[in-house]
Design a protein around this ligand. Structure first.
Ligand code: SF4
Ligand code: SF4
Length: 358
């Protein structure tokens, strides 16, 4: 073990991308992080994956950070493993098809019209090979993004294979379409569903997501939660990616969560927002924290919301929460001390009245 710059993907993961790409990273298609082309797999694929990671680790230990990694929010200095033997995290981002057109979608900007989905069978074959070579960790976790997974039929086969082996999966869906496979998997505790809603009102939804699915998405959210039952904790969560178009919609977002009985919320931020604009997001984040606290909801930080911004709002949030608690206590205190005084007063009046009557 030693202290050096690395990230969770170098340490634990591999990612399937469109155009038959297998990479170390879930942010970049740069050559430095590319492992192989799935149509032309090396004979010793599993060894090749681990070797690629080792090269990155050795380079990063020497301070040779690749350009594609320099500005990445996942890069951090820490005491990481120096030899990787198992894959603990697979990301499936290998298809592009989607029923929405979100304004912040990296896929829309970079890949739509230029790239092709990777064939699901090729992905499944590769995962099976890694399983055969015993490089999949017992606690393997599979993250499914996309595109929109619910509209891709071939993906269900991969999902069933993964769950069948006892691994857990995490689906990122826009919920414009309801999936029985996801609902069943979540009910059994094998799938966690993250619904990226991004808006609490129809107009903001249309602006941010580029389609009129607001009602359907929230109806489907309710359907997932009702199907999974009261024990939906940690099985379904709603994500809001903050961006200029939706930061004034936070009250509505929380209202919709209350109506649909959502318990877990993720507050994230558009990856493209520059540090000089972070201050605009402080107030909305504080508001998010306050409303979630008031409504007894669990709030989590999304992976693209910068730590410093989250912690900065934590101070204001803590002060506000502390102030609210003190106010509630003071009110209670006044109530409990005034009540006996009223009672004594009433008794005295009663005593005087009784004497007067006699
Ligand atoms: S770009 Fe980021 S996530 Fe990808 S390998 Fe580099 S540091 Fe890791
Ligand atoms: S739902 Fe996801 S893949 Fe589809 S447009 Fe939005 S961000 Fe892109």
């Amino acid at each position: 073990m030693g202290g050096y710059y690395s990230c969770t993907y170098i340490q634990n993961g591999i990612t399937f991308y469109p155009d038959n790409k297998l990479t170390v990273c879930c942010m970049s298609f740069d050559e430095n992080v590319t492992i192989a082309n799935l149509e032309d797999l090396p004979e010793n694929l599993s060894r090749h994956i681990l070797d690629k990671k080792q090269i990155m680790i050795e380079d990063f230990k020497k301070g040779k950070i690749y350009d594609c990694c320099r500005q990445c929010p996942s890069l951090r200095k820490g005491y990481f493993k120096t030899t990787i033997k198992k894959i603990r995290h697979i990301t499936l981002n290998h298809y592009l098809a989607c029923n929405l057109k979100c304004i912040f979608c990296g896929y829309a900007k970079e890949l739509f019209g230029k790239s092709k989905d990777t064939n699901h069978n090729l992905v499944l074959k590769t995962i099976k090979k890694m399983r055969h070579d015993q490089i999949l960790s017992k606690d393997l976790f599979v993250d499914i993004g996309g595109g929109e997974p619910s509209i891709s039929t071939g993906l269900n086969e991969i999902l069933k294979y993964i769950i069948g082996l006892g691994y857990n999966a995490h689906i990122n869906t826009n919920a414009a379409k309801f999936s029985d496979v996801y609902a069943d998997g979540a009910k059994k505790g094998k799938i966690k569903i993250t619904i990226t809603a991004d808006a609490g009102s129809k107009d903001v939804y249309a602006k941010v997501k580029g389609a009129d699915y607001f009602k359907t998405v929230w109806e489907n959210t309710k359907k997932y939660i009702d199907y999974i039952g009261e024990d939906n904790d940690r099985k379904v969560e709603i994500k809001f990616i903050l961006q200029p178009e939706n930061i004034s919609d936070i009250n509505n977002m929380i209202d919709m969560c209350v109506k649909t009985k959502v318990k877990n919320i993720v507050c994230d931020m558009d990856l493209n927002i520059k540090p000089e604009n972070y201050s605009v997001y402080k107030k909305p984040i504080v508001m998010f924290k306050k409303l979630c606290y008031d409504n007894n909801m669990n709030l989590h930080k999304g992976s693209f919301l910068p730590d410093e911004l989250w912690h900065d709002t934590q101070k204001q949030d803590s002060f506000k929460t502390y102030f609210d608690k003190m106010l509630t206590r003071a009110r209670k205190c006044i109530k409990t001390s005034v009540r006996p005084l009223i009672l004594v007063g009433l008794l005295m009046i009663l005593t005087v009245l009784m004497r007067l009557i006699r």
